[in-house]
Ligand binder design. Structure first.
Ligand code: TRP
Ligand code: ZN
Length: 850
């Protein structure tokens, strides 16, 4: 494996490249264990940054190298090679290297997945393919020739000459090496077409392995929808004659936006009603959109260096969230985004892995593809949009595309566009990119002589390397309601908070209103509104903003859990309010099912710790169970009717409307199962004709200990569908009682279908254990030990996925001394593993705070 000697890279040390690349020609002679890569690269010295000639390269066997046709003498260095180059306006570097795709289990560079050749180059995988300046600010057009026996051989750009045993591709758009891609295998294509707003006819295709061709239709439609949306909303047309998507089984993340040749984890593209759930369909649509949108935000305008990763990821997440809000339910989309942000990013911000949206240093950039860079990066853009307004946002974005098309840009460039478009100063706002941590926003109010005042104060706790925090710019969207009727007196308005403490007046009110604060979750903060707690039922019943209505229910639920934890019964306020809201048939059923969702176990852990308490995972688990049971009982008389009323009789469609009904009905089924011991769930299981209903009923049965038979028949039914078997692995662990989940996980890792080589299967299993918080935190430490064992095993196979999954331990400091020492022990054991990868070494070092 890699040399573990860690080298830290700093943003402040950025230097422009000493050589530009004008042209790249690559020839691949494919072979599973000995692929030859011949490269011919035209370099031009950069007079603005004179320096030595250096090419990155890793795990390459050099066969030959020349400059301008003459042999050269090379010096191999730690991360590649250097050599003397002619003092000429340009020169051609040629090399031939040999690489071994079959031995590449890290899934970075060129590798094999089920016999199919594929690549993953972001962030620094191209250096495992050939010697090259593997940095995003070096952009060039690529011409690629693939030689091999595979029926389908693809690369970026437009197809050129194709014949028996070879295929040529040309990508005219200059791109950095991380966007290079090659795929070759025995693949089937689902074809489609799209005509752009400029009149360009684009051939679309989704390539899959044989047997999966019945699961591509949805992805193809999602692609067309995305292409149209980006034209309608951002005026961004597609710019090549073909757009190809390929599904790959072994993949470290969701998908990759390689120019004209997006490569997808098969879980992020393949779907049919019988094998994929509603959430799978929604996720696929969002990821297709995300990767497609990268064509402009990422590819046409890329990042100068990897510190600017949020420039493309934050913006592209923001765009895919806008897309989902437009094509699905706007309110539910926002609620889902906020729930994901709180569950993953707030947790990251509150622990040892906290880092700014634009980090200032890294050892392994792959470790910074985080919720902070992606999701908080997207929230920053949402705040900008709120601050400047929709129209100005559009103007700024058009200026961004105009000014920076073809550039490798920075966050400074991005904010300058907003400054130039609006004439405003964003220097204080820029701090959102450099200061880590989630601001805690506290609100109180007062009313005097017709003037209503909201008093805010903000505070951000220290994070690693940043002991002192400054106030952030916070757009706080508020509205005021009538305390008696709930009618809206003051419509949504966005206050701009810039100081540690600030008050805002509303004049001319005849009575003290009820405030609705942080509508749409207008800033990524933790809102402390306990002083206004009495208003929650009114907000839940009457607020015009769906997010704050949902938030009111969720906060009531949270308060109910806290009173159970304090040994008191849940206040009836929550159960009454919930009952009223859930039975209100005027409300979107999907929204109503969201109202039932309680704060996650890890959010509760964080909250208790933030108040200076010591979270007890077992007690939290019991409190949630108690509240769920009380909810079932309180709704007892309505459940059956609600469940029946939301059955979908029409043929399955992943439409927002049907998804809403299923989601609500399955939420009711979960509650019913607590009362009937699994009768209704078994009936649904036996009759289910789609994966959403099948999996929901299996989960409900497993939770009440009645799922053994169903789980067996599920396996028998789906054993040849690997994506469904991933679910089978995961759900048995997720739905296990905390004291059984570790042994269930252990047993499943001994199942013949378990493998550490496939990231989906590994995540489905060990990720499910880490996600079952009370199980993972069993007092005996067995959850920690099992995960550590498997991460040590996985690191030798796949460092990237191992490193990501170490974040299961990121909350370790929040727990009691005994658990802390067990988690520290598990991390120390991982860290002490001989030959541990650079990726995992960096993560465990940060986690331990060494
Ligand atoms: N750029 C990709 C995206 O967000 C994600 C990505 C980064 C990735 N590194 C990767 C995907 C490695 C797969 C493997 O769309
Ligand atoms: Zn992305």
């Amino acid at each position: 494996m890699r040399d573990a000697a860690p080298q830290t890279i700093y943003l402040k040390e950025y230097r422009a490249p000493s050589f530009w690349v004008d042209d790249v020609h690559l020839t691949f002679v494919l072979h599973p264990t000995a692929t030859r890569v011949r490269s011919k690269v035209t370099f031009r010295p950069n007079p603005e940054a004179p320096g030595p000639f250096h090419l990155h390269g890793e795990d390459l066997t050099l066969i030959s190298a020349q400059i301008d046709g003459a042999p050269i003498s090379l010096t191999f260095v730690e991360d590649g090679l250097t050599c003397d180059v002619p003092d000429a306006p340009s020169f051609v570097f040629e090399a031939e290297v040999e690489i071994n795709p079959e031995a590449n289990t890290a899934l970075e560079g060129l590798y094999l997945s089920n016999g199919m050749f594929c690549t993953q180059c972001e962030a620094q995988g191209f250096r495992k393919i050939t010697y090259y300046p593997d940095r995003p600010d070096v952009m060039a057009p690529f011409t690629v020739r693939v030689e091999g026996t595979e029926p389908v051989m693809l690369s970026n750009g437009n197809p050129g000459a194709q014949g028996a045993g070879f295929a040529e591709w040309h990508d005219p758009w200059p791109k950095p090496a991380y966007l290079f891609a090659l795929v070759a295998g025995d693949l089937l294509a689902t074809k489609g077409s799209f005509t752009t707003m400029e009149g360009r006819d684009v051939d679309l295709a989704v390539y899959v392995r044989k047997g999966d061709e019945d699961k591509t239709a949805f992805a193809m439609e999602a692609l067309k929808l995305s292409m149209k949306w980006d034209e309608d909303v951002y005026k961004r047309p597609y710019d090549l004659d073909v757009f190809n998507i390929v599904a790959v089984d072994d993949f470290n993340m969701g998908a990759m936006e390689n120019k004209g040749l997006n490569i997808f984890n098969s879980s992020a593209v393949l779907a049919s009603p019988s094998t994929a759930t509603d959430s799978n369909f929604e996720r696929i649509e969002a990821i297709i959109a995300h990767e497609y949108f990268h064509n402009w935000t990422g590819n046409r305008i890329t990042c100068r260096d990897w510190f600017q990763l949020c420039l493309k990821e934050g913006l592209t997440v923001f765009r895919d969230q806008q897309f989902t809000a437009d094509v699905r339910s706007r309110d539910v989309a926002r609620i889902n985004d906020v729930a994901a942000l709180r569950g993953r990013q707030f947790r990251e911000d509150a622990g040892p892995l906290a880092h700014p949206v634009r980090p200032e240093s890294f050892v392994e950039i792959n470790n910074f593809y985080t919720a902070t860079v992606y999701e908080k990066g997207a929230e920053i853009i949402g705040m900008l949009k709120r601050l400047v307004g929709d129209e100005m946002y559009d103007t700024a974005l058009q200026l961004y595309f105009e000014r920076h098309d073809g550039d490798a840009a920075t966050i400074e460039d991005w904010l300058k566009v907003f400054e130039d478009a609006t004439g405003r100063d964003f220097s204080h706002f820029q701090q959102w990119y450099s200061q880590a941590g989630t601001p805690q926003l506290t609100v109180t109010d007062s009313f005097e002589n017709g003037t209503y005042t909201l008093h805010f104060s903000q505070e951000t706790k220290p994070t690693p390397g940043q002991p002192d925090k400054a106030p952030q710019v916070l757009p706080i969207t508020v509205g005021l309601l009538d305390a008696e009727t709930g009618a809206e007196h003051v419509a949504s308005t966005t206050l701009e908070m810039t100081k540690a403490r600030q008050s805002f007046d509303f004049t001319g009110l005849s009575a003290r209103p009820v405030p609705s604060i942080l509508r749409q979750f207008s800033a990524p903060v933790v809102l402390k509104s306990d002083a206004l707690a009495d208003h929650r039922p009114l907000l839940l019943a009457h607020d015009t903003d769906a997010f704050t209505r949902w938030e009111a229910a969720r906060t009531l639920g949270r308060d109910a859990l806290h009173s159970i934890l304090a040994g008191q019964p849940p206040s009836s306020a929550y159960l009454n309010a919930l009952k009223t809201a859930l039975t209100d048939e005027r409300q979107d059923p999907d929204f109503r099912s969201q109202l039932l969702a309680l704060p996650s176990h890890s959010e509760l852990v964080a909250e208790i710790a933030a108040k200076g308490g010591t979270p007890d995972p077992e007690a939290i688990y019991q409190a949630v169970e108690t509240l769920r049971q009380a909810t079932s009982e309180a709704l007892h008389d309505d459940l059956a009717a609600l469940y029946a009323a939301h059955q979908v009789s029409a043929p399955y469609e992943p439409s927002a409307e049907q998804i809403g009904h299923r989601s609500f009905a399955n939420a009711m089924l979960g509650l019913i199962t607590r009362l009937d011991g699994g009768k209704a769930a078994q009936t649904q299981y036996d009759a289910a004709d789609n994966m959403t209903n099948q999996l929901a009923s299996l989960s409900a049965l497993l939770k009440v200990g009645k799922g053994a038979e169903a789980a067996q028949s599920f396996y028998a039914q789906w054993q040849h569908e690997r994506l469904v078997i991933d679910k089978w692995f995961g759900i048995q662990i997720a739905a296990s009682e905390p004291d059984r989940a570790v042994s269930v996980t252990k047993t499943l890792t001994e199942h013949p279908d378990f493998t550490a080589k496939n990231p989906n299967r590994f995540r489905a299993t060990l990720g499910a254990l880490a996600g079952n918080t009370p199980a993972f935190h069993q007092a005996d430490g067995s959850g920690y030990a099992l995960l550590a064992d498997w991460l040590i095993t996985l690191d030798a196979v796949n460092p990237q996925t191992t490193a990501r999954m170490t974040s299961a331990f990121e909350t370790w400091r929040l727990f009691d001394e005994a658990r802390q020492s067990k988690m520290r022990g598990a991390l120390a054991r991982i860290k002490a593993t001989p030959g541990l990868s650079r990726d995992t070494t960096e993560m465990v070092t940060r986690l331990l705070g060494d």
